[in-house]
Design a protein around this ligand. Sequence first.
Ligand SMILES: NC(=O)c1ccc[n+]([C@@H]2O[C@H](COP(=O)([O-])OP(=O)(O)OC[C@H]3O[C@@H](n4cnc5c(N)ncnc54)[C@H](O)[C@@H]3O)[C@@H](O)[C@H]2O)c1
Ligand SMILES: N[C@H](CO)Cc1c[nH]c[nH+]1
Ligand SMILES: [Zn+2]
Length: 437
Amino acid sequence: MLITPVDLATSAGEGVVADLLDRFQAADTSCQQVVEEILQAVREKKDKAVVDYGRRYDAPELTVSGLQVDFLELQEAYDKVTPEFQETLSVAIDRIESFHEREMEDSWLQTREDGTIVGRLVRPVDSAGLYVPGGQSGSTPLVSSVLMNGIPAAIAGVNRRVMVTPPAADGSINPYLLVAAQEVGIVEVYKAGSAWAIAALAYGTETIPGVDVIVGPGNQYVTEAKRQVSGMVRIDMIAGPSEVLIVADDSADPAAAAADMLAQAEHDPLALAILITTEKTFCSEVLAELDRQLPALSRREIAEKALRDRGVMLVVDSLEEAIDIANSIAIEHLELMIADPWAQVPHVRHAGAIFLGHHTPEAAGDYLAGPNHVLPTMGTARFASALGVETFLKKSSIISYSQAALKTDGDHIRRLAELEGLTAHGASVTARLNDGK
Ligand SMILES: NC(=O)c1ccc[n+]([C@@H]2O[C@H](COP(=O)([O-])OP(=O)(O)OC[C@H]3O[C@@H](n4cnc5c(N)ncnc54)[C@H](O)[C@@H]3O)[C@@H](O)[C@H]2O)c1
Ligand SMILES: N[C@H](CO)Cc1c[nH]c[nH+]1
Ligand SMILES: [Zn+2]
């Protein structure tokens, strides 16, 4: 059996949820050291290290002079994509743009009666590095991730938007990726993937510029590298191997549940697919559907490995229990395949994105619905949100006093300064008021 269902009401169910949390939310330390070594090599040897790793893992003929995608490759990409793709691309761009435009924040000022003005000045970062997953050797690039990274960065007003992605074995970048990039205004693209691409964006090399913010999803090496450079640059979040948790009641369709589990499992052998249902028989129906649907998948081995290693089916007594467990897991994608999904929304506390009802495949959110598909994984939805315009913005506080306002606040400021033993602070008020205090 691909996955062994566990009925939480039985003795076999004891401790299962705690085990799940241990396994799926614990930081993955397996590649920590490898990534540390990659970061150090790029910090010291810059382009040379990026090219060495790129040659070893992705494109054997990669050169320093070929690291940046040139004008010709960008131009020629348009001749290689279909008109249908361009049509779909423009629908997707429209949807994603209109969703993200609502996220833009304005600067604001508050003027008090005494003449003090305070406020917040919202500014984009100067530069952002956008990681677009390429699969092993650029074989399965995520074209949609170009849009999810690039559109919010453009709306935020980031001046320099730099894309990195692993090249194919022949050293090229998939033309669909390059057209998508150009359609959202990105023309600076580098052939670098995995942890060495993140290192290059964090430290800068002779060819690849260091940036202020690094965003985008990726495998465990990309995710670990982002974690390690975080603080030196801003990162969006831990957007690692994909996850789905489906809550299903007796109204759910087993074929749809199986299809959505496979849709995430096919991303990565480390992907996570969890089903929680109130119906014991539903698990066997879904298992039968998984067996039926698996053979047709182009990435069958990946999906099968993910389900065998990390697939979970739980039977619970009530929807309330299902949502409680979902909250404790804080999954990337939560699907509510239940008769009245809206009734459960108020009880959902932690999830990267919530998909409601029987006609909302998670894939709609991946590509076209509009919200961002770059989402927190590994339980980080407890405190992190989807990638958005906000990720590329920072805020400066504004403070302006009138003389009258400083008179009103002066004694309070000096009192607090005295309390902290910071007499120069107090004196900076007195110097302006000349009130002899
Ligand atoms: N959380 C999210 O928002 C989200 C969104 C989309 C995709 N994803 C996830 O992103 C990931 C994309 O992975 P991918 O493989 O398609 O592309 P990727 O670009 O993340 O990984 C491929 C790169 O990793 C390198 N690599 C392979 N083996 C390595 C090793 N042993 N050491 C160092 N580097 C190695 C490859 O050479 C290549 O450069 C998947 O896990 C997918 O589930 C997550
Ligand atoms: N499901 C992924 C987020 O975990 C996003 C994606 C891109 N392409 C297809 N799916
Ligand atoms: Zn997906």
